[in-house]
Design a protein around this ligand. Structure first.
Ligand SMILES: [Cu+2]
Length: 153
């Protein structure tokens, strides 16, 4: 469904017109989203990159989302990358929700490696408990590729 919406938004953009407000609601953080549309959830983009300075990073490495939103990580450069939520750095009850929401896990709260350039990994935070979620990239955790996100009501 979200991919369909994104495709429509891109089509509108490609045509050089359209309702920019409606388009923006699909890609901006949920803070701008009217409560009436909260059930659909916003999609938040995080890039996984190896910078020109040789640093492995999530960009942004801090993010605040709403319950029901989705985070989409993209393997931009320097992969393989993944998303591994850190035991003890997620709210109580989060592990069960994440394990159900994360496709092709390598382990508990441990997402699949993204090998191909521009590969994406999406996690829905529908039903996720509020609080702070720390996560790392398994291959690059020792190189400082860590981040966190905060889930709010
Ligand atoms: Cu990485």
């Amino acid at each position: 469904m979200r991919k369909l919406i994104a495709a429509i938004a891109l089509t509108v953009m490609a045509c050089g017109g359209g309702d920019r407000d409606a388009q923006a609601q699909q890609v901006t953080p949920a803070g701008d989203t009217p409560a009436a549309e909260a059930t659909e959830g916003a999609v938040h983009e995080v890039q996984m990159v190896l910078t020109d300075a040789g640093e492995y990073k999530y960009i942004p490495d801090e993010l605040t989302i709403k319950v029901g939103d989705t985070v989409r990580w993209t393997n931009v450069s320097g992969g393989p990358h993944n998303v591994q939520f850190t035991a003890g750095e997620v709210p109580d009850g989060a592990e069960e929700v994440l394990n159900a929401a994360m496709a092709n896990r390598m382990g508990p709260m441990n997402g699949q490696l993204l090998l191909a350039p521009n590969a994406v990994y999406e996690v829905s935070f529908a039903g996720a408990p509020v609080g702070q979620y720390g996560y790392v990239c398994t291959p690059h955790v020792m190189l400082g590729m860590t981040a966190s996100l905060t889930v709010e009501n």
